[in-house]
Write a protein of this length. Structure first.
Length: 401
């Protein structure tokens, strides 16, 4: 089995990679019959020389490789027919801007696996960049508060070498006595929590957060039933929420009334109630001044997220009176940080973390006859057709929807 680490070609450039030089060595040590070729790249966070120094082959030509490993979407022109590919295609939700890409994958007889479709037998995702999205998102949340109100001076995370430097920058700053509300307790939420703990911000209970005043910064991390309630008043478990989201309504306004900073690190399921509406922001009791929307669902559950922002220009202002964008410096403005590719700002750590997951949960399937079904579940296309689990995409591919 010959694996290729392909060059990232999407614009803006992405410096992340599936396998670091050390991860490539680990793969070869574990599976002596495997080969790895790294396609030469001048943008990758790890230089070609770092791979060569560890004995990994670097080449422009990867045409004799079997499995192509990338992070972001490959271009249609770069796809090599009759190969296997892994990357984030952004097609499983029928995103119109990538319809042509999925069609090309089928036309070129490519066996395709989307990183998002790599799951265990219960449907839980095995790999991703969620934790690092949380880390960088929380860092950017604190930075955004400083950009708006001063007193906090953090450089753009993209200018830092790794997580150690990011931690050092955080420790130079003191967060004022504000209340920070976080939605989400998964991998993204875990990354957020780590940053808040580095800043020595105290976590408090829901009741204390809502009822008490503090002379130090505090945060509360909410699960879904903390900010959603059944319309009929019943108190059931969160699995009822997942199964019957339309029976619930947001109760987030009680947190919005006492919070200055909101970090959205949740997963939003279809049919769930919106967390913040445009009307909510018009209320006299809405106190949030800065929103860091790591989830970045445009026109979704966090209404002030009206567009994504960029690494170079990470914040914009939202005018609650008009529901339109405004200069973030305006006194009326709610500051929104909605960078939609946050892990790109910490490519070294994000790549190493992703590679560890890929080595543990995906690579073995190529050498053990896929005994756990990881590849079978993740495979979207084969022999020029969509596989059974992804036939729902056929009308999308055909341009009918």
């Amino acid at each position: 089995m010959k694996f290729a680490i392909i060059k990232e070609v999407k614009s803006p450039p992405d410096r992340r990679v599936v396998l670091s030089p050390e991860a490539c060595c680990q793969l070869l040590e574990t599976y002596p019959n495997a080969e790895v070729v790294v396609q030469s790249s001048d943008i990758r966070v790890f230089k070609d020389e770092e791979y060569r120094a560890l004995g990994i082959t670097v080449s422009e030509d990867i045409s004799d490789c079997d499995v192509m490993l990338g992070v972001k979407e490959a271009t249609i022109e770069s796809l090599i027919a009759n190969k296997s590919y892994f990357f984030f295609s952004h097609t499983i939700k029928k995103q119109p801007y990538n319809r042509a890409l999925l069609k090309a994958i089928l036309d070129k007889n490519i066996t395709f696996y989307d990183h998002e479709t790599i799951t265990d037998s219960r449907g839980n995702r095995l790999i991703g960049f969620g934790y690092y999205a949380g880390v960088v998102g929380a860092y950017n949340a604190i930075r955004a508060y400083g950009i708006k109100f001063g007193g906090i001076n953090l450089p753009n995370a993209d200018s830092l070498k790794n997580g150690k430097e990011l931690e050092e920058e955080l420790q130079k700053n003191q967060v004022p006595a504000i209340k920070i509300v976080v939605t989400g307790t998964g991998k993204v939420g875990t990354g957020v929590k780590e940053i808040l703990e580095i800043l020595k911000i105290k976590e408090v209970s829901v009741n204390d957060y809502l009822e008490k005043d503090f002379k130090e910064p505090v945060y509360v991390q909410l699960d879904v039933l903390d900010y959603n309630a059944r319309k009929d008043g019943q108190e059931l478990d969160k699995y009822d929420f997942f199964e019957n989201p339309s029976e619930y309504e947001s109760s987030f306004m009680r947190f919005a009334a006492v919070s200055e900073l909101y970090i959205a690190a949740h997963f939003y399921g279809e049919g769930a109630p919106y967390i913040i509406t445009h009307d909510n922001t018009k209320s006299d009791t809405f106190n949030i001044k800065v929103i860091a929307d790591i989830s970045c669902d445009i026109d979704g559950p966090v209404a002030p997220t009206i567009r994504p922002s960029t690494i170079a220009d990470p914040v914009y202002g939202y005018n609650p009176e008009t529901s339109q964008e405004i200069d973030y410096k305006d006194a009326k403005a709610i500051v929104v940080m909605a960078v939609d590719n946050l892990p790109c700002e910490l490519p070294d750590n994000a790549s190493r973390g992703f590679g560890n997951m890929f080595l543990k949960d995906v690579i073995p399937a190529f050498f053990n006859d896929d005994k756990d079904g990881v590849l079978k579940r993740a495979k979207m296309t084969e022999n020029g057709k969509l596989t059974e689990n992804f036939k729902y995409l056929q009308d999308y591919v055909d341009g009918k929807e």
